[in-house]
Write a protein that binds this ligand. Structure first.
Ligand SMILES: C[S@@+](CC[C@H](N)C(=O)[O-])C[C@H]1O[C@@H](n2cnc3c(N)ncnc32)[C@H](O)[C@@H]1O
Length: 194
């Protein structure tokens, strides 16, 4: 690790535009919400991209869903600020914040009806260990604890780290009361049972 990164937040030094062929998870998630007629729900979303499509489509489709979304990319966060200023009707139900998901503080979080963890195991490494960040399993368990009974936790099967995520998911199935609902396009949907 280079000296200038040591001890600093492990942020994402990149910007992800909407590239549906390469990474369709956010679009498939919007499709899933609409197909399942999910309305008036509160959603936690991991990884906004600079496109912020989950927040925008949610605001535009009349569902009255609201989204709290995390990005670890300064450029994606800048794109959110611009979006919020340009489109207050989107900002009303869509809030994005900058941070490392592995540093999420449960006391700052409300309960959610739907949680997405599409990028589980993709980004965490020894740089997060340096400041004692949560593990992938701890983030998954904590966000499950913040999910209402009957709510959904959703993964992305085409993630480049899905083979690692599957091992974490297997541990989580033992530690939390959840049931596998099944596949929805590239997504894997679970429901919290209690
Ligand atoms: C490849 S992009 C995908 C964005 C979007 N979900 C999509 O599919 O178009 C990965 C996303 O994960 C976010 N990310 C990476 N590491 C993160 C971390 N430690 N905490 C929160 N978000 C993170 C990035 O900011 C980025 O939005």
């Amino acid at each position: 690790m280079t000296e200038d990164k040591k001890g600093k937040l492990h942020f994402w030094d990149a910007i992800w535009d909407l590239r549906v062929k390469e990474c369709p998870c956010d679009v498939h998630f919007c499709d899933w919400l609409e197909k399942n007629d999910v309305k008036n729900a509160s959603i936690f979303h991991f990884g906004t991209g600079s496109h912020h499509i989950v927040g925008i489509r949610t605001a535009e489709n009349g569902s009255n869903n609201c989204v709290l979304a995390i990005t670890a990319s300064p450029g994606e966060y800048d794109a959110f600020v611009k979006l919020a200023i340009d489109r207050p009707e989107v900002e009303k139900t869509y809030k994005s914040f900058f941070g490392d998901i592995y540093q999420l503080e449960p006391r700052l979080l409300p309960e959610f009806d739907v949680v997405t963890l599409f990028h589980l195991c993709e980004f965490r490494n020894e740089r997060n260990d340096e400041y004692g960040a949560l593990t992938d399993l701890q983030v998954l368990e904590m966000l499950t604890d913040k999910t209402r009974p009957g709510g959904y936790v959703i993964f992305y099967t085409k993630s480049f780290a899905f083979d690692t995520a599957e091992k974490v998911i297997a541990q989580w199935e033992e530690s939390r009361k959840v049931e596998k609902i099944g596949l929805a396009e590239t997504l894997l949907v679970y429901r919290k049972t209690a």
